[in-house]
Design a protein. Structure first.
Length: 258
């Protein structure tokens, strides 16, 4: 009887061990499957489209701007456009590398109106701000640096009265943001508005860089709006209704200057 119990116990232990082994094997398989799925998801999430916000800090107008695969002979479209990319302005470009993203290197090439040329040949598929720098500002061999170039607007109140509100926001947005009037509230006062980088709201759904609206209202109720302000560094004068020489209520030149 004792032998039978011992044999039975041994058989039960063998079944238990087998079950544990089977359970561990299933757990290992599940873990492996989960790891494979995670790796697959990670690969799928890898960027296939490069997105580049390009800032001109060359101190000159850029007349030629190209983004193309480093091994290509066709440079593609001139991203500077017919009018060129003015100094202290910005542009936005994308490149879809598809399933070759991990092995693709791009060349970013530019030429200024003065004939200065810069080339960077090892740009990865990524999302990055890139600044084109002036020749005398280079600290190494390359003519670009990774980082944004700020936009600065020096806004002066030339309306002759108190300005109650001043807003700067992407054209078409329903959110005007904060009142930026500051010291420009008083007649002949001024305020400086600095944007560290192109805000996401300025890039449209079709991948184009939009414009800002600058809007102000005076104590008398006079309102001025300008809807095509670029991302740039510029002086802006808020002018009185009787000082307007065109359709807009702002000027990029001092209205008092002769």
């Amino acid at each position: 009887m004792k032998k039978m119990l011992t044999a039975g116990t041994a058989a039960l232990m063998a079944l238990t061990l087998a079950a544990c082994s089977s359970s561990n094997s299933a757990s290992a398989s599940s873990t492996a499957a989960a790891s494979t799925a995670a790796a697959s998801a990670s690969a799928s999430a890898a960027a296939t489209v490069g997105e580049y916000t390009i800032y001109n800090a060359t101190n000159d107008s850029v007349t030629g701007l190209y983004l193309y695969p480093t091994d290509a002979t066709d440079k593609g479209t001139n991203l500077a456009g017919e009018k060129g990319l003015s100094n202290a302005h910005a542009a936005y470009a994308t490149y879809d590398a598809g399933d070759k993203a991990s092995s693709t290197k791009l060349t970013l090439e530019f030429t200024t109106k003065g004939g200065y040329t810069g080339t960077f040949t090892t740009l990865s598929i990524e999302t990055a701000p890139i600044t084109l720098i002036a020749e005398d500002a280079k600290t190494g061999a390359t003519a670009i640096k990774f980082g944004a170039n700020p936009a600065t607007y020096t806004v002066k109140n030339s309306t002759g009265e108190e300005v109650k509100s001043l807003y700067l926001y992407p054209t078409g947005s329903s959110d005007k943001g904060e009142n930026r009037v500051g010291d420009a509230a008083k007649a002949d006062g001024q305020t400086v508005i600095t944007l560290d980088a192109v805000p996401a709201g300025l890039i449209s759904a079709d991948g184009k860089l939009g414009t800002f609206t600058i809007e102000f209202t005076t104590a008398s109720g006079y309102t001025g709006t300008f809807t095509t302000l670029s991302y740039e560094t510029a002086p802006i004068y808020l002018i009185a209704a009787d000082a307007k020489t065109g359709a807009t209520e702002i000027s990029f030149k001092d209205p008092a200057a002769k």
